[in-house]
Ligand binder design. Structure first.
Ligand SMILES: NC(=O)C1=CN([C@@H]2O[C@H](COP(=O)(O)OP(=O)(O)OC[C@H]3O[C@@H](n4cnc5c(N)ncnc54)[C@H](OP(=O)(O)O)[C@@H]3O)[C@@H](O)[C@H]2O)C=CC1
Ligand SMILES: O=C(O)[C@@H]1CCC=N1
Length: 286
């Protein structure tokens, strides 16, 4: 089914940074898309393009204005927009007259389908997605919402690609900024926690390798417990928390520092930042 939907589709990726690489790696390693179906370009960093070409065997285009660039634009079935939010309007303006009705799948934080439609023309099929870098290992938590002109075929195509890379949740577009602050940025929150646990463990005398093994397996085990038992995290937490034991003592320190409130502030601020970046792009067009 997946092979049929993606078979022969040409994917042009505008942007060659962290998320583009994670998606390329996931799609090619899962064998969902062959490297010949993918063309990547960026603004100016040729070394980076060459690295992607050598690593994943994808094609690269240095300049969208030359013959190879024009050919890549005209033949693209899907344009994956993976540049920074502040480059989106400019990039879309440059390509709009050179593409032939592709599906535009944007992963840019904050940038609305309205904005993209207003640049590309009102019939453009525009998809706004928010994956995370775990695309690289096919474990992204991706959310998606659709522009006004996406019919079932476009939705199926987008969800087929994204579901290769992990889970896909369809959400109302007004929730995309929250999703961005939650699961788009989310891996970094867990990595930050791991960094903190690692340095605490080392400060308390554990060898670095041992600390890393213990922390990563604890993180992985907790995630698997949440997924496989379907129990509420609160229930699972209580199973670890013996009366008057070590966990209770540790959690009390979290509570004294208002940890839950802090996490809410973190996600609220990240969501707000997504909104701000979208508004900055919208204001350029006014
Ligand atoms: N990193 C993440 O975890 C996630 C990021 N995103 C979104 O993905 C997008 C990219 O993020 P990320 O990969 O981290 O960013 P990076 O800074 O790593 O990459 C940005 C890429 O965009 C390229 N670029 C800039 N201008 C143009 C242009 N005019 N035409 C083509 N390419 C261009 C840059 O090229 P050059 O190097 O030559 O300047 C670079 O390859 C952002 O919008 C972000 O919101 C979404 C989900 C997760
Ligand atoms: O930090 C960012 O802006 C991007 C969006 C989600 C994850 N990284």
């Amino acid at each position: 089914m997946r092979e049929v939907a993606l078979k022969g589709k040409k994917i042009l990726i505008l942007g060659a940074g962290a998320i583009a690489e994670a998606m390329i790696r996931g799609l090619t390693e899962a064998d969902a898309v062959s490297p010949e179906q993918i063309v990547v370009t960026n603004k100016s960093n040729l070394e980076r393009l060459q690295y992607l070409q050598e690593t994943y065997r994808v094609s690269i285009v240095e300049n969208l204005e030359d013959e190879a660039g024009s050919e890549a634009l005209a033949s693209a079935d899907i344009i994956l927009l993976a540049c920074k939010p502040h480059d989106v309007a400019n990039v879309l303006e440059r390509i709009r007259d050179k593409v032939i009705d592709p599906v535009v799948l944007s992963v840019a934080a904050g940038v609305s389908t309205d904005l993209m439609e207003s640049i590309l023309g009102q019939n453009a099929r525009v998809v706004r997605a928010m994956p995370n870098t775990a695309c690289a290992v096919l474990e992204s938590a991706t959310a998606v919402s659709y522009g006004k002109h996406c019919e079932e075929e476009t939705k199926t195509l987008a969800e087929t690609i994204l579901s290769v890379l992990g889970t896909v949740s369809v959400v109302e577009e007004k929730l995309m900024d929250v999703v961005t602050g939650l699961s788009g940025s989310g891996p970094a929150y867990f990595y930050y926690m791991v960094e903190a646990m690692q340095s605490a463990a080392e400060n308390l005398g554990l060898p670095s390798d041992t600390a890393r093994t213990l922390i990563l397996q604890t993180l992985f085990g907790a995630g698997k417990m949440l997924q496989e038992t379907h129990l509420d995290p609160n229930v699972l937490r209580r199973q670890v928390t013996s009366p008057n034991g070590t966990t209770m003592a540790g959690i009390r320190v979290f509570e004294e520092a208002n940890f839950k409130e802090l996490v809410e502030r973190v996600i609220t601020r990240a969501a707000e930042r997504s909104r701000e970046m979208g508004e900055q792009q919208a204001s350029i067009l006014q």
